[in-house]
Design a protein around this ligand. Structure first.
Ligand code: SF4
Ligand code: SF4
Length: 307
């Protein structure tokens, strides 16, 4: 097995990442860089320091704890400033801060058997609700594939339903190896137009669509998920083009439309990064219903908003 993947969150009792009550495991690192990403801490394949600078009381304990001398109190603003070029994400300042304003996003995943043991604490909820475990990210399929296969194999051996929430930007070999162990593929499609896709995610979508077709051809249970971001993909032409792409690569599979939300915007500042360029807006309820109806008119009858 290669390097252990990083996990940046485990969400128990999730009801939005597949059927029933689930635990969602968020792996850190993604080959795409969507401009509207609401989990920016999920993008890099390395641990990162997150700081809530606004609530800092300038006690200086973090600066004293930092072995890299990366932290200084800014006398003008009365907050601890971090020189990220020096930071090694060691976590010493997070342990030292009495206000809990510092944290490291991303820690090595435990061995698959240990992670399964922890996930099975909620087995009763999975069984009673028809739920299970969802692998998410970041991009779960971009992680060490031996680790993922073993994790999924052990979960299935325990009778746990496994869903993979993926952007589809992954080596075909990873899909092939996981196919026998994944019950449900939550497959993100953002835009059909390749130029727009490349401009807004940093990568073309040809291989993503081909991977979708591969899963469909092999009888995988697929639920396409489309984040709807104004004005990226909320126009009639955008949604009609997406409908045609979904039909041609995956057939008449269920589709979930997920309205963009801004709850993650504050995370950019906590990572010391600029908020995304471009004006992205939350689509109205009427827009979402209109887009759902357009997809239905195009023959995709199993369309829901949310999910
Ligand atoms: S994570 Fe470690 S290196 Fe980075 S600022 Fe905190 S104490 Fe310093
Ligand atoms: S330890 Fe926490 S409250 Fe104190 S200066 Fe550092 S970030 Fe601010």
């Amino acid at each position: 097995m290669g390097t252990a993947p990083l996990i940046f969150n485990m969400q128990r009792f999730s009801t939005h990442d597949g059927p029933g009550i689930r635990t969602t495991v968020f792996f850190k690192g993604c080959p795409l860089a969507c401009a509207w990403c609401h989990n920016p801490e999920s993008q890099a394949f390395a641990p990162e320091l997150m700081v809530d600078e606004e609530r800092c009381r300038s006690c200086g304990l973090c600066a004293r704890a930092c072995p890299q001398r990366a932290i200084e109190i800014d006398p003008e603003r009365g907050v601890a400033r971090t020189d990220r070029a020096r930071c090694t994400a060691c976590g010493a300042c997070a342990d030292a801060c009495p206000q809990g304003l510092r944290e490291i996003a991303g820690e090595p995943a435990p061995p698959p058997a240990e992670l399964v043991r922890r996930l099975l604490r909620d087995r009763m909820f999975y069984e009673k609700s028809g739920g299970g475990v969802t692998l998410s990210g970041g991009e779960c399929l971009a992680q060490d594939i031996d680790y993922l296969v073993e994790l999924c194999r052990l979960l299935r051996e325990e009778g746990v339903h496994v869903a993979a929430d993926t952007c589809g930007a992954a080596p075909r070999a990873h899909l092939e190896r996981l196919l026998p162990f994944v019950n449900l593929w939550l497959y993100d499609i953002k835009v059909a137009d390749e130029t727009t896709h490349r401009a807004l995610t940093g990568a073309p979508n040809g291989a993503i669509l081909e991977n979708l077709a591969y899963l469909a051809e092999h009888g995988a249970h697929i639920n396409v998920r489309m984040p709807i971001v104004e004005p990226v993909n909320s126009g009639d032409d955008d949604i009609i083009a997406a409908a045609e792409a979904i039909k041609s690569y995956a057939g008449l599979c269920p589709v979930s439309l997920l309205p963009y939300h801004t709850t993650g915007n504050g995370k950019y500042a906590r990572l010391g990064r600029a908020a995304p360029a471009g004006a992205f807006a939350v689509p109205s309820a009427q827009t979402m219903e209109h887009l759902r109806d357009l997809l239905r008119e195009r023959g995709l009858l199993q369309v829901e908003i949310g999910g």
